[in-house]
Design a protein around this ligand. Structure first.
Ligand SMILES: [Zn+2]
Length: 359
């Protein structure tokens, strides 16, 4: 008996398909991204947190006086809220990353879901956060492009939330879940629709520690794409959180790929938790199985006793260049602890190196 072939060899990126999502017309960014990713290694930006910390903002700065969203709880630490209360500062960080060489710049919306914002009582702000977050990046990138003519892309950043759909937070009740697939799907749906409304060119589902959360995000993206009448490229990035090389929900990079492959992402990859050196074997495993472009954005090494990252731009860049020399990557950037200097060093280090070959 001939087995039914669910997956023809992927000519990568986005193929036509009978499934609704894949029959939608691609968004405007798709042809340009597809061409660029075959020409060279693309550069993603670096961390927001480090840059925001350097601003030394107070509670009043975070909460803002003119923000129409107001909660009784303190807002210091709610970095996403700065999109609305300190837009110029956030736009400036995006602009610095763009000028450092980033082709793809992420919105400051890692925690801009109703689920994650509930900690701050700011659930009502999520639509504004995501729409304005995408607009801020677009403005910063247009300013950079006006200076050098290089095209740049807005990645709507979608974080994992602070809850996990696969694992019980209560050791005495292993069947308990703090969040369901449908809760996540609804929260991600609100986020992704607003990111698209604000002009996101692609959606980056990142720092995935629980694949079920990510699957809810993918599902929400497909629903939002159907409503918008166009497909945006998806970037999907997992996080290896323990020494055995697995995600928090227990998957190896290979298992992770097979769990998200149905989304036919533009890129699949790894970010956060590890520095580049520790990430390398897991990235090599993923690159060995995945028929999508590969994206890696490690932390600036491992945090020191004070939670700060000490790895300098040259060291991070040297290791990321090693990924490239081994033919493992198509998109590279930085996660926690990285700065515009790290991104500039990474961009310089891979500028003359060939991207991983795509089918
Ligand atoms: Zn990180």
């Amino acid at each position: 008996m001939t087995p039914i072939r669910l997956w023809s060899p992927l000519p990568l990126l986005i193929r036509p398909d009978s499934m609704l999502t894949f029959s939608l017309p691609p968004s405007r960014a798709v042809p340009a991204l597809e061409a660029l990713v075959r020409q060279r290694i693309l550069i993603l930006d670096g961390a927001m947190g480090t840059q925001i910390q350097a601003l030394g903002l107070s509670e009043e700065d975070y909460a803002g006086c003119g923000c129409r969203h107001h909660a009784e709880r303190p807002q210091k630490g709610n970095n996403d809220l700065l999109i609305l209360t300190q837009p110029q500062a956030i736009e400036e960080i995006h602009f610095r990353y763009a000028m450092a060489g980033a082709d793809i710049v992420e919105t400051n919306t890692f925690s801009a879901t109703t689920i994650a914002q509930a900690d701050y009582g700011m659930e009502g702000a999520v639509e504004d956060l995501n729409r304005e977050g995408a607009r801020l990046v677009r403005r910063a990138l247009d300013r950079a492009t006006a200076l050098d003519g290089r095209p740049r892309f807005v990645a709507g950043a979608v974080g994992p939330t602070n809850r996990t759909a696969s694992i019980s937070p209560d050791v005495n009740d292993p069947g308990y879940r703090a969040v369901s697939f449908d809760d996540l799907r609804a929260a991600y749906g609100t986020q992704v629709r607003a990111l698209i409304a604000g002009g996101a060119d692609l959606i980056l589902i990142e720092t995935i520690f629980d694949t079920l959360n990510a699957k809810a995000a993918i599902f929400a993206c497909f629903e939002a794409f159907a409503e918008a009448g166009r497909r945006l490229p998806l970037m999907i990035s997992g996080t290896i959180t323990d020494a055995s090389g697995r995600t928090l929900s227990g998957q190896t990079p290979t298992a992770f790929w097979h769990s998200v492959r149905h989304a036919r992402p533009f890129t699949v990859g790894l970010n956060c938790a590890l520095g580049a050196a520790a990430m390398r074997p897991h990235l090599a495993e993923l690159a060995g199985v995945a028929d999508a472009a590969i994206c890696a954005y490690p932390n600036a090494g491992l945090p020191n006793a004070f939670g700060q990252y000490d790895e300098g731009p040259d060291e991070t860049a040297a290791q990321v260049a090693r990924f490239a020399r081994e033919g493992l990557v198509n998109v590279v950037g930085g996660c926690c602890g990285t700065t515009p200097d790290h991104v500039r060093a990474i961009a310089d280090a891979v500028a003359d190196l060939a991207p991983r070959t795509l089918a």
